[in-house]
Design a protein around this ligand. Structure first.
Ligand code: FRU
Length: 612
């Protein structure tokens, strides 16, 4: 978006507005009329692109009806500032040029009298502007190489589709605040899975509701009638109920038009997050839909993406049932890179994760185009399997139409337990690194899902800031420097042979005493991540945590790839067989990577690459 030009808005953005003389001009281009303690009209009298709304996060949402020539054109919610402005957000007026625009605002702040209503800071700060500054202000915790929204709240990744060399990523976005609200599909694209361009809103709330999660496909044979190679999005329209809607794009995913016949699928109970794919064996479309409160997934077929036939339900009583089932995915992959193939059914669940809150479980099995049957263990039970054992990996789904049979996934890097409380304001939440799914078998007879960092991420590797060849470890820590720039953003790789040790500990720390401790327990074949002293942890009782994952090795040897960014650590052990993604908010950037062992262990091939 364009840079700020006028002095008034600049003052607001820097937080100077409360005392700056620029306030004399506040309210320029708007006329504020109070109608009572909870109702205010803001008339747009000037002619600019945006109305700038001041937000105070601790305040309840106000309901804002945008009246254009007397008709409600849009309704959204914003935490309009009462006593102080935390930050501002823009509402786009450019589409209403030449029309009369009034914001009819119903506040819900529990005000006592009209005086309190009139005193609200927002009426002094609200103003018009031709530009809105989206320059990053979150230097401490904004990730360097993970996708995050320019501003506002983000949750689930949505509608990921690869079109002509471009990776499209849509996401659950609140353009009017940094907490969950006004669900809209935000849009970002990348050609290298590292650098992301922002494109603002792609699908916005309409009369059927706000725009919840969903998927996109390329309709190569024009089965839906919107044109050959149209990009078709299915999403949940969420209002009093949850129903499924379609939108199409004839410009390769740049812009979408909601289908006039929406909704295309309704049920008598809550269902959401449609994920569809072309089934080349059955020559029809498949759809998997989360029957959220029934803790199961529904499977449909369609010839044309509009008319869907329910074929079966999967999951009642299976796997983890401790929370709502959301954001499904279903895809086929080779096992151990052989000709044998199996299907993986992804089921995001909230709460019920292995360490509390939201997480991603999966089932391995067979799918004939109509029915999914999960593999069982030696006792005939369907085992619960987790895709990532960290606390901050959710709503993970895959890209459609990827090249070279890749199954590339990305997840929301947060947890519903505390996502709205993490110590950032301009934006809340980033996505995980993109990962490639693979299936591997284990001696227990089970097939598991590995998540390998996508090959594009190798391009991130910059200068080697520390390295080591073969080195015998002891209980005295060997220390290595992390990069001194970009909040220490880096990738750490290492091989460890610990067959003659009981434990190996890898610590990321800083002189403030902040530390993130990863411990390989050789006998138990597990690796744990302890973030209890990683920095700021007190914004939620659910944040301090120790997560533990199986290492999936039998010989006391592991390899590690650790991706450290401003506010996250992603640990991939044994080529992505074991993954843990955890957020961290260090008081200052980490400086040191240390390795020690109980018993004799050998470290080899250590390299710390500064992120390019
Ligand atoms: C998962 C989820 C989805 C829903 C979306 C709403 O995080 O609850 O089921 O579509 O978020 O934002």
């Amino acid at each position: 978006m364009k840079k700020i030009t006028d002095r008034l808005t600049a003052a607001i953005m820097t937080g100077m507005a409360l005392i700056a003389p620029a306030y004399a001009q506040a309210g320029e281009g708007v006329k504020v009329e109070h109608l009572g303690i909870n109702n205010t009209l803001v008339r747009v009298t000037g002619d600019k692109n945006f109305i700038i709304l001041p937000i105070q996060e601790s305040i309840d949402d106000a309901k804002i009806d945008v009246l254009v020539d007397g008709k409600v054109a849009e309704t959204f919610y914003a935490r309009l500032a009462q006593s102080k402005t935390d930050f501002t957000v823009p509402y786009d007026l450019s589409k209403y040029k030449g029309h009369n625009v009034i914001l009819n605002i119903i506040a819900n702040h529990g005000r006592q009298n009209i005086r309190e209503a009139k005193d609200a800071v927002c009426w002094q700060v609200i103003t018009l502007s031709d530009t809105f500054d989206t320059t990053n202000t979150e230097f401490k915790y904004r990730p360097y190489y993970h996708q995050s929204p320019e501003y506002g709240w983000m949750n689930d990744p949505n509608g990921m589709v690869y079109v002509n060399g471009t990776w499209h990523l849509f996401y659950q976005w609140n353009p009017y605040g940094s907490k969950w609200q006004n669900m809209t599909w935000g849009h970002a694209t990348s050609t290298d899975l590292i650098n992301w361009d922002h494109h603002g809103a792609a699908i916005v709330p309409d009369g059927l509701g706000s725009i919840f999660s969903g998927s996109c496909v390329i309709d190569r044979n024009n089965t839906a009638g919107f044109g050959k190679d149209a990009v078709i999005a299915l999403y949940t329209s969420a209002a009093a109920s949850q129903i499924q809607s379609l939108a199409y794009s004839n410009d390769n995913g740049a812009t979408f038009t909601p289908y006039k016949g929406n909704p295309i699928l309704t049920l008598e109970s809550e269902a959401r997050d449609p994920n569809m794919f072309w089934n080349d064996k059955t020559k029809e479309w498949n759809l998997i839909l989360a029957h959220a409160l029934d803790y199961e997934m529904l499977l449909f077929t369609s010839p044309n993406l509009k008319d869907w036939t329910l074929q079966s339900a999967f999951g009642k009583g299976l796997g983890c049932q401790d929370g709502v089932w959301e954001c499904p995915d279903l895809f086929e992959l080779p096992v151990d890179g052989t000709g044998k193939k199996k299907w993986a059914l992804i089921c995001n669940i909230n709460p019920g994760g292995p360490f509390g809150g939201s997480a991603t479980q999966y089932f391995i099995g067979d799918f004939d185009g109509k029915k999914f049957v999960a593999d069982t263990d030696a006792n005939g039970n369907v085992p619960t399997k987790w895709m990532d054992f960290g606390k901050d990996h959710y709503a993970t789904v895959s890209w459609s139409d990827t090249p070279a049979n890749r199954r590339t996934v990305i997840g929301w890097m947060s947890n519903w337990q505390y996502a709205a409380d993490v110590p950032t304001t301009q934006f809340r939440s980033a996505n995980t690194l993109p990962r490639e799914c693979e299936l591997f078998s284990q001696p227990d007879g089970q097939i598991y899902l590995a998540s390998v960092p996508s090959p594009e991420l190798n391009a991130l590797r910059g200068k080697v800031v520390a390295s080591s060849g073969k080195k015998t470890l002891s209980n005295k820590a060997a220390n290595f420097s992390l990069p001194s720039e970009k909040n220490a953003a880096c990738e750490i790789v290492a091989d460890v042979d610990a067959k003659n040790a009981s434990e190996v500990t890898f610590t990321i720390s800083n002189p403030k005493g902040n530390k993130y401790v990863m411990t390989y327990n050789v006998k138990q074949h597990t690796i744990s991540c302890d973030r209890r002293q990683s920095g700021i942890v007190d914004f939620s009782e659910n944040f301090p945590a120790v997560t533990v994952a199986p290492t999936f090795e039998q010989n006391g040897k592991i390899n590690l790839r650790i991706f450290l960014d401003s506010s996250s650590v992603e640990l991939f052990t044994n080529n992505g067989k074991s993954v843990q993604t955890n957020l961290v908010f260090p008081d200052e950037p980490y400086t040191t990577f240390s390795v020690s062992s109980n018993g004799k262990a050998i470290l080899d091939n250590l390299k710390i690459y500064a992120a390019k």
